[in-house]
Design a binder for this molecule. Sequence first.
Ligand code: ATP
Length: 463
Amino acid sequence: MANKKADMKTIVSLCKRRGFIFPGSEIYGGLANTWDYGPYGVELKNNIKREWWRAFILKRDDVVGLDSAILLNPKTWEASGHLKSFADPLMDCKECKERVRGDQLLESKLGDGAAAGLDFASIYAKINDNDIKCPRCGKRNFTEPRAFNLMFKTFQGVIEDSTNVVYLRPETAQGIFLEFKNIVNTCRQKVPFGIGQIGKSFRNEITPGNFIFRTREFEQMEMEFFCKPGTELEWYAYWKKYCWEWLLSLGLRTENMRMRDHDQKELSHYSNATCDIEYEYPFGWGELWGVASRTSFDLTAHMNASGEDLRYFDQEANDRYIPFVVEPALGVDRTLLTFLVDSYDEDEIGGEKRVVLHLHPRIAPVKAAILPLVKKDPVMGIAEKIYRGFKDEGEFLVEMDESGSIGKRYRRHDELGTPCCFTVDFESEQDGKVTLRDRDTTKQERVDISNIEKILRDKIRGV
Ligand code: ATP
């Protein structure tokens, strides 16, 4: 299926029109770069999170879940290096006051990796050497880069002084490291094993934008996989493939994806291998998923700073060591955007243009729509009975849609990505059947009412 590529404006407007995502705080004039997920957006988001949880926790013998606090002891961020170096090079254009991220400006002109491994002074020099201009006013008159820490700072308790400073976590990973020991002691997991969690993270990004691609408040799905030193590169290869395949299993098309390995100069000082799974968004290639082999950096840092022994005791080998870690880190919102962009399509049905989201049935917000042809009994009664059956179970979202022409109702559900519509008509009472209309092929067929649930379940399971 070669879908039509949508631009960001089209996606943003579809999201608003159909109740996926609204601009945040709109009645107060908005708050820049904040977004609220509407009824269909939250459903899509929950389905994505559920699928990740299934694949990374429930289906695995060797990964457990966690939900750690957003506020952690500030010593965490000192030990992890975030306080000192979780900073981006902030530059201001002296002419028009535009704020830019030096590394991004450089890479937007010279390509991915152009800023890799460079300190702030070198970024500045390279911008000047290559005569890179302000994207807004076209002049080159920047301030030198300043380190801008991305962590949101706030105060805990009633007194606003430095002893009460806490930070909103900029990643979920550190909460996992802090609980490593408790989990080893209570959950019968033996290395190699992983701990995964889903939760909000906050980064005071200098240049948020591209809709929900880069925001200051977002959700992450992260897993830290602890393994024996020396085995980490094997596990790294394993998880790279696992992540890639998870995306494919939910219908993402490989022609828009690539795996980009970081070269030596791009690697963080604690990593011995990192790659990004990238997607080609309407605004260009961007990181969707980062997979990093982080050595024993984090556990060692927390062990040194806290004084707690975070080594793992391998009973079989009678050996004590600090495990190495492989981390696949993915953003929920960015994944959602990726699925929206990838599934968007426009085609023509009977000479009429239609917009459709070919979302995988597993993540589609509405699994089925029940459409009574007329608002009268017995048609209405039959439709209500089918609908109630799903509602009473409360397992997934099924909608009853009774207003407007049937064509209009199909269009609406195509735009929501609803895989199946079941239309109840005048014959349904006699033959016990309804018309199933398939979102992707638009084919229609008569199916037994008693079979609807099975049809839907098979569709969701991909049978
Ligand atoms: P980028 O280079 O895009 O700033 P990063 O390398 O800092 O991302 P990581 O720290 O590896 O990102 O975070 C893991 C994942 O979390 C990213 O791959 C992305 O999916 C998501 N993510 C990170 N920052 C944001 C953000 N500001 N808004 C939305 N999602 C984000």
